[in-house]
Design a protein around this ligand. Sequence first.
Ligand code: 5MY
Ligand code: ADP
Ligand code: MG
Ligand code: MG
Length: 340
Amino acid sequence: MRLNGEISHKEDEEDEEEKQSGVLQPERLVVGYALTSKKKKSFLQPKLEILARNKGISFVAIDQNRPLSDQGPFDVVLHKLSGMEWCKIIEDYRQKHPEVTILDPPDAIKHLHNRQSMLQDVADLNLSDCNGKVRVPRQMVITKDSLSIPDQVFEAGLKLPLVAKPLVVDGSAKSHELFLAYDRFSLSELEPPMLLQEFVNHGGVLFKIYIIGETIKVVRRFSLPNVSKRELAKVVSVFRFPRVSSAAASADDADLDPGIAELPPRPLLERLARELRHRLGLRLFNIDMIREHGMRDVFYVIDINYFPGYGKMPDYEHIFTDFLLSLEQSKCRKRPATAA
Ligand SMILES: O=P(O)(O)O[C@@H]1[C@@H](OP(=O)(O)O)[C@H](OP(=O)(O)O)[C@H](O)[C@H](OP(=O)(O)O)[C@H]1OP(=O)(O)O
Ligand SMILES: Nc1ncnc2c1ncn2[C@@H]1O[C@H](COP(=O)(O)OP(=O)(O)O)[C@@H](O)[C@H]1O
Ligand SMILES: [Mg+2]
Ligand SMILES: [Mg+2]
């Protein structure tokens, strides 16, 4: 089963872009970037830089050892760095340079640093028209006192198995260390603060919904297999599980049960993306979504990531450069016409 994603750019167009790579285009947009070396490597690939150059976009590395206001001028600042210090730098810069587009505002990004607050807008949305329902798994936050976790879980009425996730996502490997708990007593072994979320059986396939401005692309990834009632009754433990879904291998070409692999309905995704873009105030993010096993139209959002691994998204070079140019165009439209 293949994706129904639109391939919007033809091969001859790409050949033309390659041919033009030696031709100097007038510079239309300067994008200052502040990224980790890992992000730079996965995102700023040569193909993106060449295509951008051909469209008049240049990427300039921000020197973190020099004041940001002394650098540039930039039309856009693209950033993904952790730490309060960087947040403050970028916020100050934003206030002083309202003419520069910041992708994205640090306050909006902060909302995704907590696994509980990241899903709040999805829960508030309560999406149930548009050919499907979008929910958030039942969950609770544990802030302290490991020994009382079994009682807290019992009182909250959460159903096993549970996924235990570090509450804070800060880009560290530790913040992606997740556990699957088959019984509530084993949860005492884990370290708060954490989010406990009901595990939703979804047939081992996850949908990554990438958003770049107005564009939405969906890919399938492998995920955790279903947990059967028998297994649940038998196992008494908590297991750490690997980062299955961020593996480079995509599930798009695998021979999967259509009831599991069928992509979520387009109108549902469009509504969800539009609402979240607006409510979160972000233009660059992705959503991890699963379909409840055996339910064609019931979906759960389990994770939202700021400026995710676009390098793994098909056609990201074209989509991202077009998005950057659209920012410039919308600025021009907003600028008042000056008298001649
Ligand atoms: O490194 P990649 O390409 O796997 O991207 C990571 C994302 O993978 P994905 O695009 O969803 O497959 C990854 O998504 P998941 O949390 O694994 O769903 C995160 O966005 C991660 O950022 P951070 O560690 O949370 O700050 C992303 O890491 P950074 O590239 O931002 O460091
Ligand atoms: N509630 C859940 N039900 C079923 N599987 C889940 C659930 N939460 C997480 N998972 C699985 O664990 C993976 C990682 O969880 P996620 O919340 O996306 O954390 P991360 O930010 O580290 O990617 C998901 O991609 C999915 O495979
Ligand atoms: Mg995830
Ligand atoms: Mg994540």
